[in-house]
Design a binder for this molecule. Sequence first.
Ligand code: ADE
Ligand code: ZN
Length: 319
Amino acid sequence: MIPKAELHCHLEGSIPPALAHTLAARNGLAMPPGLMSEGGHYVWNDFLSFLKAYDLVCTTLRTPRDFGDVIYSYLAGAARQGAVYVEMFCSPERPAALGLSYGQWLEALEEGIERARREFGIEGRIIVICIRHLGPERALRMVQKMVAEPHRYVVGFGMGGDEAKFAPADFAPAYRLAHEHGYGCTVHAGEVVGPESVWAAIRDLPVTRIGHGVRSADDPRLMEELARRGTVLEVCPGSNVALGLYPDRASHPLHRLIAAGVRVTLNSDDPPFFNTSLGEEYDKAGLGEAELRGIARTAIEASFADEATRRRLLGEIGQ
Ligand code: ADE
Ligand code: ZN
């Protein structure tokens, strides 16, 4: 099995329907109406209805144990697919709404990460992620909390949500604070909005990675700039096809980005929503073994883990 590493997967978006049922049942909740189809799949039909379905899944999370079990089960599944390292986007919004403290939430995630390491040898890390459409003030407060209460598994800061809302520059104070405190930074851009969104992100934010960024392929000058800077794209082809950015994998720009010298990684984003997995992304990328191994190496190199961990993992996955 080809060794793998993942930089772009959302904790709440990693919850398979069966686990959502388990969480709801043990919390004495009914499944949120409208979330699940008769066939047992999440129901959504475009980017905004996907974000709504995503929010509904979050409501099945109630206790610290729930968060720990979710990260554990994702890491366990990824390890079975050959992953040695996964960075999860974890949003403090849901635990805060539940009245859990930031520390309680992180303790639960830490327990899940350590359980997965003990049982499967996989290394997990946390990227705290803000939600773009909730605005820059919340993002800044989130980073203030993150830097005031550091945790050894929290290695980065990112932003998801509705890319059409606000501008990257609005979030510069939050990103600057994270960057000044040594956190790696990434941002969703060039997914539902075109190359201008990626230009703004690399101009206004201290990011070394871009979540998706695939729309950069529409602008040769931008691909050149990303290659020059060595900016790494967290590419999620299955997600892009499911959300209708491209009609199929064959028309996805992954190969064009690689040909232009852009550094890319392969990721699953929100696997059960998009009927994919990390293993499938590697299997269906249309790349040979040497290229896939190179992609795993790029993911480790671009990860926000400390240098000793990166070096150890690079040694583990080999050439
Ligand atoms: N949150 C979870 N998945 C996302 C995606 N693909 N784009 C933006 N925000 C997200
Ligand atoms: Zn994402």
